[in-house]
Design a protein around this ligand. Structure first.
Ligand code: GLC
Length: 558
């Protein structure tokens, strides 16, 4: 039987590579995670999403899976995982597994089989097509581009055939049209559900279904091919099937990571009645400081765009489905370094402000490891310090257009996924307590001497303790879970404000999204409200206005 446990949930995301390295080999591991479960629970979260723990050759750091039923050695064993699951459940923490099923690693046995012979039934597990010969030159079957730059097709040896990969060339796209593939996926989901996991995060799910037959994309899209591989025609059907044969048979919860879905499709993915997904991630608000979601191409922060992206789904999904609330994940730079925030002077204020205005909205909050102590971006000095292949691909692409290296690197530094992937900062000892001194797989952020869990917890201005208060406030007041969100003063370019209302209790959340003191006239009905949360001491008032300090956020109750 399905319950709605996810509605009251608060999810913490762990990127296992970088959480805690208990055996000092440079890689984070399961044992390390187990040792910090109390820390996670005490924050007030109720579920953990684990970025992939499965076997992987790590071309895309775990997102290229070569065995969906086993744990990668560097993280531990299946026995360790079983213990992790048990230890989580002992603490009432639900377990959400990452499921990367748009593609497999090219080292997956299916792919190896597929390439081993022309008659292999596994060939139809993937999307293999003949190339085009133009002027005696063999070209890929279509002009589609991979999300990670370059052609989405890789030639198979010296044959005239290519396979599709929408990400790295080591991540081959699965052919979801083949019912066998869907059966395999269903089996994998059931394998983990039987084990007792509580849900999944589907990686780039709205690319499962593609438009057939494959043709050149002549639409003039920046990333060629997306009309053929985003929100494909059988998406809803495929999700319903997964629900019917796996997800819906357990008390499970699924969140789908979408790539720029259409509004209509997004709505239909989460509409409860449709029995597809429980929630999806909407990243529209996170495009407010970059161009069309291309993280590296920054632009000055646009608060109106942020608000539109943030409030839009809260409005559309209310009563129809459920929403998620996100500022960070393993693909994003740290939130306190974005949105034109003055991190240098206001790190604490910005970290607590962003959490307040985001996590009191309608939907399930997602906190990325380190966000709860206000971790900041790493001061990478050159591209070699970055491990993410995407940083390298984009850097090479920019160089190929003769962009000066320094300029290219400044773009990369703005949007790099690497910022989120440096090891977690536990204390100010060697390698921030991530391990006992072995060189970590990804370099440390030297800021760990100042920003770490130990120091944060000892500080008067602890981000972690503020998060605790915030999550407690959220948990204790149903209005923050079930209440309708009403946005105020959309056109205001410094203030974000909204109310939540449920069964007679009403809250008003207001924050100053700027480093300038900003006056704001609180709507009359909330003016004399009781302050239930404030990231500064006191609230300055002038007549009918409150005067908010830089990144001050306040929650009022009437
Ligand atoms: C998702 C993941 C990202 C990965 C990509 C390909 O966007 O979050 O880390 O690189 O899918 O699997």
């Amino acid at each position: 039987m399905k319950t709605d446990w996810y509605k009251n949930a608060v999810v913490y995301q762990i990127y296992p590579f970088s959480f805690l390295d208990s055996n000092n080999d440079g890689w984070g591991d399961i044992e390390g995670i187990i040792s910090k479960l109390d820390y996670i629970r005490d924050l007030g979260v109720t579920a953990i999403w684990f970025s992939p723990l499965y076997k992987s050759p790590d071309y895309d750091y775990g997102y290229d899976i070569s065995d969906y039923r086993d744990i990668d050695e560097k993280f531990g064993t299946m026995k360790d995982f079983d213990r992790l699951l048990e230890e989580c459940h002992k603490r009432d923490l639900k377990v959400i597994m990452d499921m990367v099923i748009n593609h497999t690693s090219t080292e997956h046995p299916w792919f190896k089989e597929a390439l081993s012979s022309k008659d292999s039934p596994y060939r139809d597990y993937y999307l293999i097509r003949k190339g085009k010969t133009v002027n005696d030159k063999l070209l890929p079957p279509t002009n589609w581009q991979s999300s990670f730059t370059g052609s989405a097709w890789e030639r198979i040896g010296d044959t005239d055939e290519f396979y599709l990969h929408l990400f790295c060339k080591e991540q081959a796209d699965l052919n979801w049209e083949n019912p066998k593939v869907r059966e395999e996926v269903i089996d994998i989901l059931n394998f983990w559900l039987k084990k007792g996991v509580d849900g999944f995060r589907f990686d780039v799910f709205n690319m499962f279904s593609k438009v057939h037959p494959f043709e050149d994309d002549l639409s003039g899209n920046f990333q060629k091919g997306t009309p053929f591989y985003v929100d494909g025609p059988r998406m809803h059907e495929f999700l319903k099937e997964l629900n019917e044969k796996a997800l819906g048979l357990y008390d499970s919860y699924t969140v789908g990571e979408s790539y720029r879905p259409s509004e209509e499709d997004a709505y239909n993915y989460v509409r409860k009645e449709n029995k597809e997904l429980d929630t999806i991630f909407n990243f529209a608000h996170l495009e407010s400081d970059n161009i069309a979601g291309m993280k590296f191409f920054w632009k000055p922060f646009d608060l109106l765009q942020f608000k539109k992206g943030f409030f839009g789904p809260q409005k559309t999904y209310f009563k129809e489905g459920w929403n998620t609330l996100v500022l960070e994940n393993h693909d994003c730079p740290r939130c306190v370094n974005r949105f034109s925030i003055d991190t240098k002077h206001y790190r604490y204020e910005a970290a607590t402000f962003l959490a307040t205005v985001t996590f009191l909205g309608f939907g399930t909050p997602y906190i990325y490891m380190g966000q709860e102590i206000g971790m900041i971006n790493a001061p990478f000095r050159n591209i070699d310090e970055m491990k993410d292949p995407v940083s390298h691909f984009i850097f090479d692409l920019m160089k190929s257009y003769h962009m000066p290296k320094k300029l290219a690197f400044s773009f990369i530094k703005y949007g790099a996924r690497d910022h989120a992937r440096v090891p977690m900062q536990w204390d100010d000892s060697v390698n921030a307590g991530f391990n006992k001194g072995h060189e970590p797989w990804q370099c440390m952020n030297p800021a760990y001497k100042q920003i770490n869990v130990k120091k944060d917890l000892e500080s008067e201005r602890s981000v972690y303790r503020y998060y605790q208060k915030l999550l407690k406030t959220r948990k204790e007041n149903d209005a923050f879970i079930y209440g309708e969100t009403k946005e105020y003063d959309h056109e205001n370019r410094r203030i974000i404000a909204y109310s939540r209302e449920y069964e007679g209790s009403r809250y008003f959340v207001v924050g100053n999204f700027s480093k300038k003191e900003t006056g704001y006239e609180v709507p009359e009905e909330f003016r004399n409200g009781e302050i239930v949360l404030n990231n500064y001491d006191g609230l300055k008032k002038e007549g009918n206005k409150v005067v908010l300090h830089p990144y001050q956020s306040v929650v009022l109750k009437v």
